[in-house]
Design a protein around this ligand. Structure first.
Ligand code: UFG
Length: 337
């Protein structure tokens, strides 16, 4: 992680990280600690792991709990909040929308209100490419593209974005909204990785298949209007994603009022290409069966990352598919020993 001189004065600040025990949250805590910040993890462990809390204190509880939030704010007096806590499964959101609106929208209002009560005036929000819905063209998406989510998960992310922007307008809250494309890979030093239960994401599922565990590899539809018929995604290494949070924080602490940024590499890989990379990296000839399309899947989602590169100075360090897959495979292999 490189830092700029102007950011040095912020070193040592306490940053409250909701969902800091989760996949992206824990990698971001590591990046924060390496940059000299003090991450405090707030997590209810609904889809995360206590072993991932390694870079600062833990506050176990829920962002919907007002009394708990007041206690956390009083005890730690954070300079800023990075807000990951939320539910993330597209399919589940279609089955149980109430859970998603409760956790992701009401939870965010509860958190923002606590920040307002305690004078915490900066937030970085973990948003998603799901806000774009199904793009009309396969071209890379910039931040101005139309937003029309196709599932409750994406709706909750877009609503939370709008609520945060309203807090910015009315109360002067400084904010950065980061729209992630497909987070993947694992900490190159092997200290952290992805661990969801159940696992629905492509790369860990293919690695399970390579390992001989899990349900076997499936390709969810090969009749899309894409070069090889399978869905195309912009896979971004989780450590590059984490680094963007630290850059955004530095900018907010040095006067940025607000910003919205897509986070991806600007190039997509199909499910079949990811499968080939998994075979290459693991040395296992993974056979996949073709399954029906998965509900709510856009054919292609690729970011235009020009804005985050220009405005935040983001410079990805792990942007090859093979590095993404090989760091994930190292992590997976160690966990399965
Ligand atoms: N897929 C398969 N087989 C599998 C698992 C997934 O073919 O066993 C396919 C999916 O159908 C999809 C692609 O692989 O076409 C990627 O699927 P993931 O589940 O890995 O990721 P998603 O694109 O569905 O979703 C992820 C995050 C969301 C975020 C979205 C934005 O989980 O939170 O990226 O691009 F909104």
């Amino acid at each position: 992680m490189t830092t700029k001189d102007e950011d040095l004065e912020t070193f040592g600040d306490t940053i409250l990280v909701t969902g800091g025990a989760g996949y992206i949250g824990s990698h971001t805590c590591k990046a924060l600690a390496e940059a000299g910040y003090k991450p405090v993890v707030l997590d209810n462990f609904s889809n995360s792991n206590s072993w991932a809390v390694r870079w600062g204190p833990l506050e176990e509880g829920d962002i919907g709990d007002k009394g708990f939030l007041d206690g956390v704010m009083q005890r730690h007096q954070p300079k800023a909040v990075i807000h990951f806590a939320g539910l993330i499964e597209v399919g589940e959101s279609v089955k149980h929308p109430a859970r998603y609106y409760q956790n992701n929208v009401s939870g965010t209002i509860s958190l923002l209100s606590a920040m307002e009560r305690h004078g915490v005036d900066k937030i970085i929000f973990s948003s998603s490419a799901a806000v774009y819905g199904t793009p009309e063209l396969p071209a890379p998406l910039d931040e101005e593209c139309s937003k029309s989510p196709v599932n409750p998960y994406g709706q909750t992310k877009l609503m939370a974005e709008k609520i945060i922007a309203d807090f910015g307008e009315s109360y002067g809250l400084g904010y950065v909204l980061l729209r992630y494309f497909n987070a993947a890979g694992a900490d190159p030093a092997g200290e952290l990785g992805e661990s969801h239960d159940p696992e629905s994401h492509l790369i860990p599922r293919l690695l399970e298949a390579a390992h001989g565990s899990g349900a076997g590899a499936t390709i969810n539809g090969d009749d899309y209007d894409t070069p090889d018929g399978s869905c195309v995604r912009d896979y971004i290494h989780v450590s590059d994603l984490a680094a963007a949070h630290v850059l955004a924080l530095g900018k907010l602490e040095n006067g940025l009022k607000n910003g919205i940024y897509n986070l991806g590499y600007g190039r997509g890989y199909s499910v079949k290409e990811v499968l080939q990379a998994v075979c290459r990296v693991t040395g296992v000839e993974v056979k996949a069966t073709i399954a029906p399309r998965r509900a709510g899947d856009p054919p292609s989602l690729v970011a235009d990352p020009s804005k985050v590169i220009t405005e935040l100075g983001w410079s990805p360090k792990h942007d090859t598919l093979d590095e993404i897959v090989s760091t994930a495979w190292s992590w997976f292999s160690r966990q399965s020993q």
